[in-house]
Design a protein around this ligand. Sequence first.
Ligand code: FMN
Length: 442
Amino acid sequence: MSERETIHLAADLSFLHTDFLWRMPGSWVGYPYYSSSEFYEDIAKTAQQGRFDLLFFGDTGGTSEDFGGNHDAVVRNGVKWPRHDMTAMIPILARLTQGVGYALTMSTTYHHPFHCARTFNALDHVTKGRIAWNAVTSAYKWEAMNWGFEEMMDHDERYRRAQEFLQVACELWDSVEPDAVIMNRESGEFLDPEKVHRLDFKGDYFNVRGPLPALPSPQQRPVIIQAGSSGPGMDLAAKYADLQFSTRRTVESMKQHRAAIDEKLAKFGRTPRDLGILWSVRVQVAESVSEARAKEQAFLDSVPPEGGLIEMSQWFGVDFSTAELGMTLTDFADQVREQKGNLGTFDELLKTTDLNMTVREFGRDYMSQRVLVAEGTPKEIVDKLEMMHYETGANGGFILARGFHASDNITEFVEHVVPELQRRGLSKKDYSGTTLRENFND
Ligand SMILES: Cc1cc2nc3c(=O)[nH]c(=O)nc-3n(C[C@H](O)[C@H](O)[C@H](O)COP(=O)(O)O)c2cc1C
């Protein structure tokens, strides 16, 4: 899925207006929120200018009560709340742009593969082949309760269900062959029935007769993204995904991750080039590193001291408001493991953090340092991106995690960093294909 060594660029638009960013300049205060698409339209046009391949919308459908035992903290502070369904925004943005693809999240834990296959077939048509599906296993109990479950499905069962879900969805997308359409007025033939197939799928979770009653879409299947990093998550990615999102905090850890997924890909008869990784990185461009740090400090100053703990509670399903002075992350490890939520991510934190840090200190750090950071002048940033890219096999690219200002952060990246990437021949100057899959392989 990333046949050449190009650095592919993506941006995560999931939390541009929550998580304390709404207090920063350029935010939604005084703006008509989701009832206007202009904010996203501007970002999409900027992304096209920077030859980005992908804009990503994450999704979860719950309101966390983890911090303090109720939803007060997340609602009062706007932490990963609200979460609007972004499906409706995508056709608007796709019409305005060429080249940029759009990734939408749909849970394999709560949806049905028939619904998913139909929706993404439709999105692939209206975006002219520029849609990707972030196939997640949902790790949040408050979301489970909105879908009618008293308790969250067990981690490994969520992945067993996801395996079956992806199998059915892919079979549905393949159930009408690309050349099945005849539409000959003279002969009166519309489609060739020989090229339209039933599935007759009967599994542990889904029974689906098929075929998908839809014309084949430009990409046939959406580009498939998987972000799980536990053992079963990596298996799912290795079998089905074109792309993986990965949050790794050191180059060493990135290299280990790449090696682990390559080993799994081989197990499924695939090659490393079949799966590109988009590494999460926060980029802060400035005249110097110290100026970049000053921007970070201005953001941190606007965040209450418990800000990071509220986010961590939501992410790991544990009440970090109970952290007493002096308690460390290790003191919470058993509780996090019991939740069976974001296991891969928590293990990464344990591996890459000074474990003498108290949870409260760590929470502060988490607000700005949760992902890899590249900061400073365009040259310094591109040096770092280039090094990380080649150290990890030059196979994918980077997804910009949220910066401190929406949407200035993306604009600054496109105006100052992209020209340097292009000058060094690292990122493309133009789109060569029309579909997302074609552009990602370039
Ligand atoms: C970069 C990234 C983006 C993610 N986006 C979502 C999302 O939008 N919705 C969601 O429910 N989970 C999301 N996840 C969580 C994963 O899908 C998965 O459930 C989680 O990583 C736990 O899987 P694991 O135990 O295999 O690591 C994301 C994870 C990462 C690393």
